[in-house]
Design a protein around this ligand. Structure first.
Ligand code: AMP
Length: 336
C-alpha cells in the first residue's frame, strides 16, 4: 500500500517561484511513489474579504498552473467541493488548544498587517481558525506526508498535536500524525527584501510568477537586491537567494563558480542576474505550451477537477462517518 500524501495551495491566481521550488516541484515528482491528493484551498483566502469573481478566477488560474506543471487532474480537488473538511474542522477545533492557535506566527503576522494597513481593521475569526481547517484538510485523508515549504511547519505541528489529542481523548489510534516533506529550497526569499520569504502579498516586485513572460522575469531579476560586494566571506542574503535559485534550477556548477567569484570580490552582479533569469526561463519554458492548451479548454479542465473532487470526497465522507461514530454524533452518511 502506498503512503498517502496531502497538500493544498491557496488559490492566489498564479504560482510563484517560491511555491514551485518550495513545494509544487515535490508535488509533481512524488506522484508515482505515493498516493497523492492535492487541494485548491479556496476556503482559506476568504479569511480576508475577496471579490467573488476574482476568487473564482484566481482558483481557475491556479488550477491551470498546477496542471501545466504536471499535476495529474485526478489527484486534484477543490476544497469548497468537499464540505466534509469544514465539518471535521469543527470537531478538530474542539481538540485544538486556544493558546497554540494564538501562538501561530502566520495569524500574528497577518492580523498585525491588517491592523496596520487596512481601513476597517477587521481581523476575522476565520483567520484565527484557519490552521484547524488546514489540520482537517490533512487528517481527513489520513495523510502520512505533507509536502510544504518551511513557512507551514508550525501549522503542521498543530495538525500533529490535534491528531494526538483526538486519539488520546477517545482512546483510539485513529489519526496518523503527519510528517512534512521539504524540498532543497524550503524557503525562497523575496527578490527585493531577501530577509522575507517570497510571497505575492508583499507586492509585485517581490516575487516571480512562473508563467510570467521573459521580459518581466528578466526585469524583476535585474532589480533584485544584492549588495556592494566587499569580497568578504559571508554572502549577502540577496546574493545567496540568487545562488539558491541557480542551484535549484539545475545550475550547480555555475552557482559554485559565482560563489567563488563573490568570495574573491570578482563577481559582477549583472552577469549573475542574467544567468539566474536565463535559468528560470529555461526551467519554465516546457510548461508554457501545456498551459496555453489548458487555458483554451478552461471549462472542460475545470469540470474535470470538479469530477475528481467528487471521487476524492468519497474518502472524506468515510472519515467523517467514522469520526462521527467515535465522537458520538449522528453521521450524515449513514443510510436509514
Ligand atoms: P501558499 O501560497 O501559502 O498556499 O503556499 C503553497 C505552498 O508553497 C506551501 O507549501 C508553502 O509552504 C509553499 N511556499 C510558499 N511560499 C514559499 C517560499 N517563499 N519558499 C518556499 N515555499 C513556499
Amino acid at each position: 500500500m502506498k503512503k498517502i500524501v496531502l497538500s493544498c495551495i491557496q488559490p492566489s491566481g498564479s504560482l510563484h517561484l517560491g511555491n514551485w521550488l518550495g513545494a509544487i516541484q515535490n508535488w509533481v515528482a512524488i506522484q508515482s511513489d505515493y498516493e497523492c491528493i492535492y487541494g485548491l484551498a479556496d476556503l482559506h483566502p476568504i479569511t480576508i474579504h475577496q471579490d467573488p469573481q476574482v476568487l473564482r478566477h484566481n482558483t481557475e488560474e491556479m488550477t491551470l498552473d498546477l496542471l501545466a506543471t504536471g499535476i495529474e487532474p485526478s489527484n486534484l480537488f477543490f476544497q469548497s467541493c468537499i464540505p466534509e473538511h469544514a465539518l471535521l474542522c469543527w470537531v478538530l477545533g474542539c481538540n485544538a488548544s486556544f493558546g497554540q492557535l494564538k501562538r501561530q506566527k502566520q495569524f500574528q503576522e497577518k492580523s498585525k498587517l491588517i491592523m496596520e494597513t487596512s481601513s476597517d481593521k477587521f481581523v476575522s475569526g476565520g483567520l484565527f481558525y484557519y490552521p484547524v481547517l488546514q489540520a482537517a484538510d490533512i487528517l481527513i485523508y489520513h495523510a502520512h506526508y505533507v509536502p510544504v515549504g518551511k513557512d507551514q511547519e508550525q501549522h503542521l505541528e498543530l495538525a500533529r498535536n490535534v491528531a494526538e489529542r483526538f486519539n488520546c481523548q477517545f482512546g483510539i489510534r485513529y489519526f496518523e500524525a503527519p510528517e512534512p516533506l521539504f524540498t532543497d529550497v524550503p524557503k525562497l526569499m523575496s527578490l527585493t527584501s531577501p530577509d522575507k520569504k517570497m510571497s505575492k502579498s508583499a507586492g509585485d516586485k517581490h516575487y516571480i510568477g512562473i508563467f510570467e513572460n521573459d521580459e518581466s522575469i528578466i526585469r524583476k531579476v535585474r532589480s533584485a537586491k544584492t549588495d556592494c560586494g566587499d569580497g568578504g566571506s559571508a554572502i549577502s542574503l540577496g546574493v545567496e537567494n540568487l545562488l539558491t535559485i541557480l542551484s535549484a534550477t539545475g545550475f550547480t556548477d555555475l552557482k559554485n563558480q559565482f560563489a567563488e567569484e563573490y568570495t574573491s570580490g570578482k563577481l559582477q552582479y549583472s552577469v549573475l542576474k542574467n544567468a539566474v533569469a536565463k535559468a528560470i526561463i529555461e526551467m519554465i519554458t516546457p510548461f508554457r505550451d501545456k498551459r496555453k492548451i489548458l487555458s483554451e479548454n478552461r471549462e472542460k479542465v475545470i469540470n474535470e477537477v470538479i469530477e475528481s473532487s467528487r471521487n476524492i470526497q468519497l474518502r472524506a465522507q468515510e472519515t467523517v462517518r467514522e469520526v462521527c461514530e467515535i465522537v458520538g454524533l449522528f453521521s450524515p452518511f449513514i443510510k436509514v
